[in-house]
Design a protein around this ligand. Structure first.
Ligand code: OGA
Ligand code: NI
Length: 364
């Protein structure tokens, strides 16, 4: 691990090391920002819940467009069937007991960055050696096995139930446990609320996502160091997330791109915003009604980029398949097999890395 790109001094960073340079056909080209972000105002939740949920589902299916320029405080963007649906959460967050109450979404990005900027010896103890490790620090994606490396470092660990894991988390930066602990509790509430709305919108029985289906949560912090030539590399290649739902706090440095109609578009950072995207398990459960969105990351030549990502996930032995009530209601055959989440995740990484859609294996 001597070759951590986060710990190289700036003089060495004057060129991209050859092992990170992608073949020409895989290099990113300049992409336009996604200017037509549909917006749904979640303020209406208490006034007309049914209407609001229908808006979310409809917007997501029809590439509908909703905007309410009057609310600017905290937004959530769904990447949903390759459409980005941005929703405002002002009312939910501060007038209710859910939401990021008293937690500063910017602070967690700062503390995450502080972790990556620690001296190598502070991070060494977390280096990924064994899949059973709780905290894992990794370079790229699969550094030892891949042909070309990706311009990122990653620190990941479970974060729910908090009391099971927090004692294993880093104590340096000193604020790490406190800041990440309170953040994940609040983000989980927002995530579960969104799952409730999606559940209702799909017409599933109340509480469908409760229990093992949403029983776990992963904390995933990415660091994309300043890059001397972002035209040659990717921070993360094209992928869909394998879990249920992603809540991405991408800070203020651009880099996330989403694939929409075969075209890559930049998902511009909006202050205090989550980008929420549908994951593979939600695509399976909804029998393809909801689509997991393909995305990738390009690093920046202006600034290092730190992102803090939470994935709500099923437990490993949880069975995941198309929801029966949905099949009956729509008189439609299942498009996917029922599998355990552990089985799916065991081949997800290799498949995605080989450019194969990991959902193919579970299609009927
Ligand atoms: C991920 C991911 C996006 C980003 O961690 O799966 O897609 O902008 N991250 O860091
Ligand atoms: Ni992702």
């Amino acid at each position: 691990m001597q070759t951590l790109i986060s710990n190289r001094c700036s003089s060495i960073q004057s060129a991209v090391p050859e092992s990170y340079v992608l073949p020409p056909e895989k290099r990113p080209t300049a992409v336009p920002p996604c200017k037509t972000i549909p917006v749904i105002d979640l303020q209406g939740l208490d006034r007309d819940r049914t209407d609001l949920i229908q808006q979310i589902i409809k917007a997501s299916q029809e590439y509908g467009f909703f905007q309410n320029p009057n609310r600017t405080t905290l937004r959530i963007a769904f990447i949903y069937k390759n459409t980005i649906v941005t929703s405002f959460l002002w009312y939910l967050l501060f007038d209710k007991s859910w939401g990021l109450r008293g937690v500063d979404a910017g602070c967690v990005v700062v503390v995450g960055q502080e972790f990556f900027e620690l001296p190598v010896k502070e991070k060494e103890r977390f280096y990924y050696r064994d899949p059973k490790q709780i905290c894992k620090f990794k370079r790229s994606i699969n550094y030892e096995q891949e042909d070309v490396h990706f311009w990122r470092e990653n620190f990941t660990h479970p974060c729910h139930p908090l009391e099971d894991y927090i004692d294993h988390w880093p104590q340096n930066p000193v604020r790490y446990r406190e800041v990440f602990g309170s953040y994940t509790v609040e983000v989980r509430k927002v995530g579960l609320l969104l799952l409730d709305l999606i559940c209702e919108g799909l017409g599933l029985e109340c509480g469908y996502f409760e229990g093992d289906l949403s029983g776990g949560m992963v904390m995933n912090t990415n660091y994309y160091p300043l890059c001397p030539d972002p035209n040659l590399v990717l921070g993360l290649p094209k992928h869909g997330d394998p879990y249920l739902l992603t809540l991405l706090n991408q800070g203020h440095v651009p880099g996330l791109q989403v694939l929409k109609d075969e075209q890559w578009l930049e998902v511009e950072p909006i202050p205090n915003t989550f980008v929420v995207n549908i994951n593979h398990m939600l695509q399976i459960i909804s029998n393809g009604k909801l689509k997991s969105a393909d995305h990738r990351v390009v690093p920046s030549s202006v600034s290092a980029r730190t992102t803090v990502v939470n994935f709500i996930r099923p437990t490993n032995d949880c069975l995941v398949g198309p929801a029966k009530s949905l099949l009956v209601k729509n008189c439609s055959p299942p498009l996917y097999k029922t599998i355990t989440f552990g089985d799916f995740i065991s081949t997800y990484g290799t498949k995605t890395h080989q450019g194969i859609d990991p959902l193919e294996r579970v299609m009927l």
